[in-house]
Design a protein around this ligand. Structure first.
Ligand SMILES: C[S@@+](CC[C@H](N)C(=O)[O-])C[C@H]1O[C@@H](n2cnc3c(N)ncnc32)[C@H](O)[C@@H]1O
Ligand SMILES: [Mg+2]
Length: 264
């Protein structure tokens, strides 16, 4: 009697674990809405409650456990492994990260602005490829994320290349030249909340932060999507715009990056 009860409980637990670990993730990875609902809402809340920690803290734990101090590539690898094997997270990810790398290496920018730091994954990718004396300013308005990102960036040994500023993009963009001594940016990576892409682009134009040849690289233009921004950069005679097709980080859902060169 007791044996039967124990066996059925263990069997039930194994089925639930398999559903959570493999079956549902495999089923949702082709569907944008379901993938985001599962990973970004359900799993995150479940693990936060069970572990009494946050996803960025768990990601930082994986970096400290698996990456070598002072080696940015090992930090990127540790985060990608964590996100593929343990928990999805909203980093640009390994697949779109390669497109980001190729834009950075082609441009060799001296000044970079990143909108949306989160845990510092893309910050590390970009900063590790910058030439000496280049400057990367990254903006993050969530203080808990910023605290984790500072540690991730320091673990990668890139704190001298990166200035992480806590605050909202709409407040900080107008202060760039006065407070941060940057007149124009060679590259801007847009990866914050999607409804801010267009107003912040117009704000950067108004503040004179873009010069002829400045590149805007925008993530997630398909998923979750930034239709007004895409319409603007594709229709405006001030930009030459190109879409790089890829997938939403760590899934098979279509997403991509839009590279838009400011023509002046
Ligand atoms: C998709 S995540 C950034 C991911 C990061 N670029 C990466 O690939 O590793 C977006 C981040 O932007 C931040 N954010 C959203 N809107 C913002 C704003 N207006 N100003 C500053 N940070 C913002 C959010 O708190 C979040 O951490
Ligand atoms: Mg993104």
């Amino acid at each position: 009697m007791w044996h039967a009860l124990i066996y059925s409980c263990a069997g039930g637990a194994a089925v639930l674990y398999a559903l959570y670990r493999w079956v549902i993730p495999a089923a949702v990875q082709y569907h944008a809405g379901l993938a985001l609902l599962w990973h970004d809402y359900f799993v995150e809340r479940l693990l936060d409650t069970l572990t009494q920690s946050t996803r960025p803290q768990r990601l930082l734990g994986a970096v400290k456990k698996n990456a070598t101090r002072g080696d940015p590539r090992s930090v990127v690898k540790a985060i990608d492994q964590f996100c593929r094997q343990k928990e999805w997270a909203m980093n640009v990810g390994d697949e779109k990260g390669c497109i980001l790398d190729s834009v950075v290496s082609e441009l060799n920018p001296a000044t970079v602005l990143e909108l949306g730091t989160y845990c510092g994954y893309s910050t590390v990718r970009i900063a590790s490829m910058l030439p000496p004396h280049a400057k990367l300013i990254t903006l993050e308005f969530n203080p808990d994320y910023a605290a984790v990102a500072r540690q991730v960036i320091a673990w990668a040994g890139l704190e001298d290349k990166v200035q992480l500023v806590e605050g909202a993009s709409g407040d900080l963009i107008p202060k760039m030249s006065e407070q941060f001594e940057v007149e124009t940016f060679d590259l801007v990576f847009l990866d914050h909340w999607k409804d801010r892409y267009l107003p912040d682009t117009k704000l950067m134009e108004e503040c004179g932060l873009l010069k002829k040849g400045s590149v805007l690289l925008a993530d997630n233009v398909i998923c979750p999507g930034t239709p007004e921004y895409l319409e603007y950069v594709r229709a405006s005679p001030r930009y030459e715009s190109q879409y790089f097709r890829s997938h939403l980080e760590y899934t098979k859902v279509e997403d991509g990056l839009e590279k838009s060169v400011f023509l002046g």
